[in-house]
Design a protein around this ligand. Structure first.
Ligand code: GTP
Ligand code: MG
Length: 282
């Protein structure tokens, strides 16, 4: 099977190049990090869908599916509802606060914060404090009866960010009511929050178990704690789940970046002799 291998410092550029060389339906076979004395480079291997299928590789993801713009599009009607789900302590609430207040993300769009985490002591106050500091509308939903009121409160919002209780991949029913509330809200985007240092097996399990509601994106947090890891990025490509946002610190709102910026920030620690961009045909 003719595989095109592209190497360069910017994954987003490489993915675009793969599309230019192969076509818009290019199938990404892998994205790998290559460390060099001068910085980190990435290798993207791609093939056309027919060759990929002949070689036993299903068309799992399009190149641009892996990394998305930091600014989401606004739906034609109604507010954009974005929910963050994930394990306890993964960084959901902090990231909701960053997204709500980072100047590059929603700009002048009016953002409201909805808390569904009525399980953990202090969770409501944590998000309410961010809302008060940023002077954003805030509400809490304990049950479906609260959703109508919350929608009314957010009537003039362009965006509603939804914080949810932490969940363990092995706990099937503990947060069932929050899952039900999320279903009722029908968010356009559901980001599964995974810290960068999460073991690949565990990260895969998190994706497998996070079914309700359907996850649309991965969101990689704590890149500062695992600056050398791109396992969650590989998982995103593998599962055809795009990454729009990443975080790399506790500073609200500024420790937030787009996925391609985060890929570039992954650090050098191993020597390699690769130079700038190059292309090879395997
Ligand atoms: N180093 C680092 N710490 C982070 C980052 N994002 C969040 N944290 C920290 O991680 C801890 C947990 O963050 P939270 O936002 O409360 O996590 P959560 O997922 O809402 O936790 P639960 O509500 O308990 O499920 C806090 O101490 C945050 O400051 C990050 O990008 N880097
Ligand atoms: Mg939280």
């Amino acid at each position: 099977m003719p595989i095109r291998t592209l190497v360069g410092p910017n994954v987003a550029t490489l993915l675009k190049q793969a599309q230019l060389v192969i076509g818009a339906d290019a199938v990404i076979l892998h994205v790998r990090r290559i460390r060099t004395p001068d910085g980190t480079l990435f290798e993207v291997a791609a093939a056309d869908p027919v060759s990929a299928a002949r070689g036993g590789v299903a068309a799992r993801s399009t190149p641009t599916a892996a990394l998305e713009m930091i600014v989401p599009a606004q739906p034609a009607r109604g507010p954009l509802i974005v929910a963050l789900v994930g394990a306890t302590g993964s960084g959901k609430t902090t990231t909701v606060a960053k997204l709500a207040t980072h100047p590059r993300v929603f700009g002048s769009r009016r953002v409201g914060l909805l808390c569904l985490d009525t399980f953990r002591i202090g969770a409501i106050d944590q998000l309410r404090t961010y809302a008060q500091i940023a002077q954003l509308p805030f509400d809490v939903a304990y049950g479906s009866e609260d959703l109508e009121r919350a929608r009314g409160k957010f009537a003039d919002c362009d965006v509603i960010l939804v914080d949810t209780p932490g969940r363990s991949p092995r706990q099937k029913n503990d947060r069932a009511s929050a899952g039900g509330l999320l279903e009722a809200l029908a968010p356009q985007e559901v980001h599964l929050v995974i810290p960068a240092g999460t073991a690949p097996r565990l990260a895969r399990m998190m994706v497998r178990e996070a079914r309700t509601p359907r996850v649309t994106h991965l969101l990689v947090t704590k890149c500062d704690e695992a600056p050398d890891e791109n396992g969650v990025f590989d998982l995103a490509v593998d599962q055809a789940l795009p990454i729009r946002w990443t975080t790399d610190g506790q500073d609200v709102p500024f420790d937030l970046a787009s996925a391609d910026e985060a890929m570039l920030a992954i650090r050098i620690s191993r020597q390699s002799d690769h130079g700038g961009y190059r292309e090879a045909v395997a």
